[in-house]
Design a protein around this ligand. Structure first.
Ligand code: NAD
Length: 289
């Protein structure tokens, strides 16, 4: 049955710092255009000099008064946003961070679509892989969402490695509390773990491998062909770590999957309409031409 057309075009935006090159606005605007209602998705970069004195609270209020359907929230506001909301989804509460805010009838509802985005890209691209044990490198903002997503994808045991061991320990406790079906623990070195207690898969959620941070948190020489490897870094689209894993014959999941699927879910929350992952991925990919 065809869906009802939206009463008005989509009006949404992204609040963060240093976000002028984000691909998210184009994914939303193109999807809205394809679905026939069109709309506008604004970049609201808090690094713009004319917003130097603006607060997150003021930005949220202005969007609400301006009739926005919702906002995406990115670095460095994902945690701060929570104190300005009326309601949180279960995923946002578990992760303790919000990347999507739905504005509806005077209420602000916070979601974490990074979690669902990683889980959904995992389900689409790594179907059928072994899920007994995974090693997650990186327990920062994105790592928290990825750890919960891995639990939701059925990972039985999750070893967490971070150069800040306290952060890894806090995340292990958080996962254990929120997802008791997954056994979470701190990994002190990748070498020992991979040598003696080889995981089925390895996920990089550190910024290592970005153009400005070459190298990798886990030595790719430790990988074996039977393992699966995911990287959430997507600048560059294929990190050296992922390229090395692919060359070894590992099944790989690039960071673009999470970036596209977080937008798919946010679009659905803003509009109440299903989005096409293939179409949003195609828009994401136009940036490489
Ligand atoms: P963050 O700074 O909050 O956390 C990074 C964590 O990695 C920190 O805890 C740090 O101690 C740890 N770390 C850094 N180098 C390490 C190393 N060599 N070994 C072990 N641990 C190390 O950053 P974040 O917001 O979590 O983002 C991480 C990366 O994920 C960034 O590159 C970001 O662009 C990317 N990201 C991708 C998506 C996506 O949709 N694909 C979404 C969010 C973030």
């Amino acid at each position: 049955m065809p869906e009802e057309p939206l009463a008005s075009p989509l009006l949404a935006g992204l609040i963060g710092r240093g976000i002028l090159l984000s691909r998210t606005p184009a994914m939303h605007a193109e999807e809205a255009r394809h679905q026939g209602f069109g709309g506008t998705y604004r970049i609201l970069d808090m690094d713009e000099p004319f917003r130097a004195d603006a607060t997150l609270a003021e930005m949220l209020r202005a969007a609400e008064l301006g009739g926005f359907d919702g906002l995406n929230i990115t670095y460095p506001f994902k945690i701060e946003a929570i104190e300005h909301l009326d309601e949180l989804s279960d995923n946002a509460r578990a992760v303790g961070a919000v990347n999507t805010v739905v504005l509806r009838e005077g209420r602000r509802i916070g979601h974490n679509t990074d979690l669902w985005g990683f889980a959904e890209s995992f389900r689409h691209n790594l179907e059928g892989v072994a899920t007994g044990h995974a090693l997650l490198a990186g327990a920062g903002g994105a790592g928290v969402a990825v750890a919960h997503a891995l639990a939701d994808c059925g990972i039985g045991r999750l070893s967490i490695l971070d150069s800040d061991a306290d952060r890894a320990a806090r995340l292990a406790e958080q996962v254990q509390r929120n997802r008791p079906g997954t056994e979470a623990e701190v990994a002190h070195t990748a070498e020992a773990l991979i040598g003696d207690d080889r995981p089925d898969g390895v996920v990089n959620a550190t910024p290592m491998g970005m153009a400005k941070l070459p190298g990798s948190a886990v030595d790719p020489d430790l990988l074996l062909p039977g393992q699966w490897v995911a990287d959430i870094v997507y600048f560059p689209l294929e990190t050296a770590f992922l390229a090395a894993a692919r060359a070894k014959g590992c099944r790989v999941l690039p960071g673009s999957g999470m970036a596209v699927f977080q937008a798919v879910r946010a679009f659905e929350l803003f509009t109440g309409r299903a989005a096409s992952p293939a179409r949003m991925k195609a828009t994401f990919d136009t940036f490489d031409r």
